[in-house]
Design a protein around this ligand. Sequence first.
Ligand SMILES: NC(=O)c1ccc[n+]([C@@H]2O[C@H](COP(=O)([O-])OP(=O)(O)OC[C@H]3O[C@@H](n4cnc5c(N)ncnc54)[C@H](O)[C@@H]3O)[C@@H](O)[C@H]2O)c1
Ligand SMILES: O=C(O)C(=O)C[C@@H](O)[C@H](O)[C@H](O)COP(=O)(O)O
Ligand SMILES: [Zn+2]
Length: 377
Amino acid sequence: MTAAGTGLRDVDVAGDPAYRITIGPGLLDDGARLTSALRGRHALIVSDSNVAPLYADRLEAMLRSARPNLSIARFELPAGEHEKTLSRFGDCLDALARLGATRDACVFALGGGVVGDLAGFAASCWMRGIDIVQVPTTLLAMVDSSVGGKTAVDLPAGKNLVGAFHPPRAVVADTAMLRTLPDRELRAGLAEVVKYGAIFDAGFLEWLEANRVALLERDDAALAEAIARSCRYKADVVARDPFERGERALLNFGHTFGHAIEAEQGYAGSADGLNHGEAVAVGMVLAARLSARLGLAPRADAERLQHLLTAFGLPVEVPAGLSPDALLARMRLDKKAAADGLRFILWDGAGQARVVAGVDEAQVLAVLATPSDPSPL
Ligand SMILES: NC(=O)c1ccc[n+]([C@@H]2O[C@H](COP(=O)([O-])OP(=O)(O)OC[C@H]3O[C@@H](n4cnc5c(N)ncnc54)[C@H](O)[C@@H]3O)[C@@H](O)[C@H]2O)c1
Ligand SMILES: O=C(O)C(=O)C[C@@H](O)[C@H](O)[C@H](O)COP(=O)(O)O
Ligand SMILES: [Zn+2]
């Protein structure tokens, strides 16, 4: 996985298309790697109002020096979850039209998961599908959203309700860009890192417990290891189940609750509510507590998960003012719900998750209505 002497790590994702995730410092200056998947003469750089001023000029310069004949345009959205909308998606398509992007054009998603999801969805729709290279700039995007090809925008009715599966041609994760990431967004990314341990590997949870301080202090080696291991977990599951017909749904651990919280807060995100990673942290604790309540998993495992997330500075309680009934109504529009009712990703204990159908709504309401600490599960 580590190329000797380069400080870079590669994680290959099997599938159609197969692609490579490259992780390490300095990749934003690697024009050859950034353009390795480029086929045509048009490139659209999609970014947001925080990331573009920091990194878009460098990316554009690299693309120009590697491919002098490239026509390059930019589309910049205001930063924030509330911008992951159909309206901004339309604006992104308009930017492709102004560029005159042909079917061999390539979109470069330079940003966090909001940019990656929106740019990916635009790439999946423009002329029925053009290439995208993901250049993730948040920890969350490096460990999760840039990998696996889920793209989407939010609707007022629900999170990620409109989207497509559209895998990238490459993922280029320059870890040096994490140096400018706000602490709160770093912690949000750690929530999705914890998720991999929670659903796949209790040993990884132990590693996270042992490396908690190093990760929060942005130790390069610890972060690189966490990113590479997370990408490996995700790459393996999406290669086996790219369209979420089965086991990929495990990656939704904590998301049924989390997405309901995000939607109920109007996608306020970091500005005035919980961001995605924080909402998932709360959701994972609720899912673990629901598992304990249903007698599927030991209470001690739920407490351990809660403890780790708290140690990472993440919230573990439903924000004040959100009603259990309103959250439950949101969950009925979760994409995993089916004729047999709500489906949750629950666990048999740390590192062992499964899909559980037909979960009793009264039990869900009971978990939502009970504060986690210090009350009993
Ligand atoms: N497609 C998937 O598989 C998948 C997986 C997980 C999450 N998601 C989606 O990802 C989104 C959350 O992504 P996110 O947490 O990256 O949030 P985000 O994209 O909103 O980025 C968080 C904040 O950090 C800023 N930022 C980004 N990189 C920076 C940098 N290097 N330096 C300084 N500031 C920087 C952004 O401008 C933003 O304000 C949600 O919409 C979620 O639904 C998708
Ligand atoms: O890649 C996946 O599959 C995931 O579920 C990863 C999640 O972390 C991510 O938040 C994803 O966007 C959720 O997808 P959705 O299908 O529940 O909208
Ligand atoms: Zn997520």
